[in-house]
Write a protein that binds this ligand. Structure first.
Ligand code: C5P
Length: 246
């Protein structure tokens, strides 16, 4: 892994709350321990623009997880709308195909914006029987790999993936694409409904550039302390990567 990737290791906290009021409370409580937040569909549909303005006002970076999937023109125009809020990371579905991914990437390029397009390959809620019902004959692993290659080859700046997929994708795609991994739990934490989790340390060592953490921070008795502990774990992983290189 090169220095470009080392500079990108980040913790992103998922603001999985139903209103901008609760989001603002969480952001203020966590303070300077976290600089990057994910806004998903629940919060965006309820209070999207207000929440994004609040995050910008607090000087935070924004991962807008809308998983866009539509005709290329519509996705390009939705991407333009997102850029007006200063969104840093935006998700689209790789299954929208090459033209749709390229349209989103081109909208960013034309705007000269810092927004980075992340493709979602296959939702982790889908398994082999779902693929079969959709007429997909590839295995889950092959489908993730092929959609990942298609997305990056079409202009996506990175992928959302399971930490368990990160090492293979990093080996296949090289050092440049962002690899953003949810499904992360500090050692000993409650896994909730996540089935295949990794620690932040292991995710970074596997090649993740960003780890997304929701409940281990948001539901902690002291969210700020929980976020700082995860940050320390990421720093330990960075030190291990550095010593591997020497
Ligand atoms: O609370 P938890 O850490 O499980 O939250 C993870 C966040 O990442 C949630 O917002 C969830 O929707 C999102 N996510 C995920 N798995 C995926 C894609 C997104 O957990 N495959």
């Amino acid at each position: 892994m090169n220095s470009e990737i080392e500079e990108k290791h980040e913790q992103i906290v998922a603001l999985d709350v139903p209103s901008s009021r609760e989001a603002a409370e969480a952001v203020r409580r966590i303070g300077d321990a976290v600089s990057f937040y994910k806004v998903g569909l629940e919060l965006f549909v309820a209070d999207g623009p207000e929440t994004l303005r609040m995050l910008r006002g607090e000087g935070k970076r924004i991962f807008l997880d809308l998983k866009l999937h539509d005709i290329p023109r519509t996705v390009a125009r939705a991407t333009e709308s997102c850029m007006r809020f200063g969104v840093d990371l935006l998700t689209i579905h790789a299954q929208g195909s090459s033209a749709m991914i390229a349209a989103a990437a081109e909208a960013v390029r034309q705007a000269g914006a810092g927004t980075r397009i992340l493709a979602v390959t296959l939702l982790t809620s889908l398994d082999a029987s779902d693929l079969s019902a959709l007429g997909v004959t590839r295995s889950v692993e092959e489908q993730v790999f092929e959609l990942g290659r298609l997305a990056v080859g079409s202009g996506a700046h990175g992928l959302v993936c399971s930490p368990r997929e990160a090492a293979a994708l990093r080996a296949a795609l090289g050092p440049s694409p962002l690899l953003v991994t949810p499904g992360v739990r500090p050692a000993g934490a409650d896994v909730g409904d996540q089935k295949r989790v990794s620690t932040p340390y292991d995710a970074i060592l596997a090649g993740a550039s960003h780890v997304v953490v929701g409940r281990p921070v948001m539901c902690a008795p002291d969210p700020r302390a929980a976020a700082l502990a995860i940050r320390a774990e990421i720093e330990r992983a960075e030190a291990a990567l550095m010593s591997r290189q020497q």
